[in-house]
Design a protein around this ligand. Structure first.
Ligand SMILES: Nc1nc2c(ncn2[C@@H]2O[C@H](COP(=O)(O)OP(=O)(O)OP(=O)(O)O)[C@@H](O)[C@H]2O)c(=O)[nH]1
Ligand SMILES: [Mg+2]
Length: 306
C-alpha cells in the first residue's frame, strides 16, 4: 500500500484539504454516470466525516475535529477509462488493477519536529520517521504566505519552511541511499489559493487563476513558477541527482481552495456553498483538482506495486 506523507505548516489548510478531498471522492463516487468509486475504509472515519459535514454546511474545521486526524487510509477504485495517467503507465506493462489503497499520513507540527531533530534529535524517532519510508510526499504551500520581497524584487522565499522541507528530503535521501531505482514522488499542493495576493501573481507574470488541471503543461508551469521562487532549496534538493540510491520524481502540482463569503464582523468565516446536482449543496471548490490528485496517487500506486 503506497504511503503518502503530508507536510505543512501549522494552520496551512491541511485539514480543509483532506476534507475537500473526501468531498470530491463522495461527489464522484455517488455520481453513477461517472463511475468513480470510493470505498470508505478510513481508519479515522469519524474525524474526517466530521470535517466533511462541517465543510458541506459552510464551516471550516473546528479545533476539536482538526486535532484527531493524523493518519487516513483509503481505498479507491475507478474505471480504467477515467485515468489517463494509468493507461499511459499500463502501456509500459504494469498490470492494471482497478483499485488502489493509500495511506495518507499527516505530519503534525512539522516545523517543530524538524527543528527538534536538527538540534540533535534523530529523524528515525518521532513522527518524522514516517516520512523515511514514504512513496510520495505532499508538500503543502499556504498561498497566503507567498509575498513579494520588495518593490522591484522577486517573490520572497518561504525561508524556514523551505529549509525544513529541504532538510527532510535530504534526510530521506540519505536514509535510502541503498535503494536502487527507487523513486519518491514530490507533490506540491497550494492551499487557500482563493486568498493568494494578486501582487504576487502579477510579479510572477501569472494570470489571476491557474489554468485548468486538464491542461497539464500550462497548469504545471504556472505552479512551478511560484514554487521555484518560494521554495528554492526544496526544489534544488528534488533536482539533486546522484547515480545511486533514491531519486525524486518530477513534481506534481495541485491547487486547493474554497470560496468564502464576505466576512461579517465578529463571526467566523463562512464557506460559500453552490448548488450541486448529486448532493444538493456543496462548497464552492475546484473538484477537478482533487480528482486529479487522486488520479496522481493511483498512478503512483501503479508504479510502486511490487
Ligand atoms: N479562504 C480560505 N481559507 C482557508 C482555506 N483553507 C483553510 N483556510 C483557513 O485556514 C484555517 C486553518 O485551516 P485548517 O484546514 O484547519 O488548517 P490546518 O493546517 O489543518 O491547521 P492545524 O491542524 O491547526 O495546523 C481555516 O480555519 C480557514 O480560516 C481556503 O481554501 N480558503
Ligand atoms: Mg489540521
Amino acid at each position: 500500500m503506497p504511503r503518502v506523507v503530508i507536510v505543512g505548516d501549522r494552520n496551512s489548510g491541511k485539514t480543509t484539504f483532506l476534507g475537500l478531498l473526501y468531498a470530491a471522492q463522495v461527489k464522484f463516487g455517488s455520481d453513477k454516470a461517472d463511475g468513480f468509486r470510493f470505498h470508505a475504509a478510513f481508519e479515522s472515519l469519524d474525524e474526517i466525516s466530521g470535517v466533511f459535514q462541517r465543510l458541506m454546511s459552510g464551516s471550516f474545521p473546528d479545533a476539536a475535529t482538526k486535532e484527531g486526524i493524523r493518519e487516513i487510509a483509503f481505498r479507491l477504485s475507478y474505471p480504467k477509462t477515467r485515468l489517463g495517467v494509468l493507461s499511459r503507465r499500463r502501456s509500459r506493462g504494469a498490470s492494471p488493477d482497478p483499485s488502489a489503497s493509500f495511506q495518507l499520513i499527516l505530519l503534525r507540527s512539522f516545523e517543530d519536529e524538524v527543528a527538534r531533530w536538527r538540534s540533535g534529535g534523530s529523524v528515525a524517532h518521532g513522527t518524522l520517521s514516517g516520512a523515511l519510508t514514504s512513496d510520495a510526499i505532499v508538500i503543502m504551500v499556504d498561498a497566503t504566505s507567498l509575498a513579494v520581497a520588495d518593490e522591484e524584487g522577486e517573490l520572497a522565499t518561504l525561508g524556514k519552511y523551505d529549509e525544513a522541507v529541504e532538510a527532510l528530503l535530504l534526510a530521506i535521501k540519505r536514509s535510502r541511499d541503498q535503494a536502487e531505482g527507487k523513486l519518491l514522488y514530490p507533490i506540491f499542493v497550494f492551499t487557500k489559493f482563493d486568498r493568494v495576493d494578486p501582487k504576487v501573481l502579477r510579479r510572477a507574470k501569472l494570470d489571476g487563476d491557474p489554468p485548468e488541471v486538464s491542461k497539464k503543461g500550462s497548469h504545471a508551469d504556472y505552479a512551478k513558477r511560484l514554487v521555484d521562487r518560494s521554495m528554492p532549496k526544496t526544489m534544488s534538493a528534488i533536482q539533486s541527482g546522484g547515480r545511486r540510491g533514491l531519486r525524486f520524481g518530477t513534481p506534481w502540482y495541485f491547487f486547493s481552495w474554497v470560496r468564502t463569503e464576505e466576512p461579517l464582523p465578529g463571526r467566523a468565516e463562512k464557506i460559500r456553498l453552490r448548488h450541486s446536482g448529486a448532493i444538493g449543496w456543496e462548497p464552492d471548490y475546484p473538484s477537478d483538482e482533487y480528482l486529479s490528485f487522486l488520479e496522481c496517487l493511483a498512478g503512483i500506486a501503479a508504479d510502486t506495486r511490487p
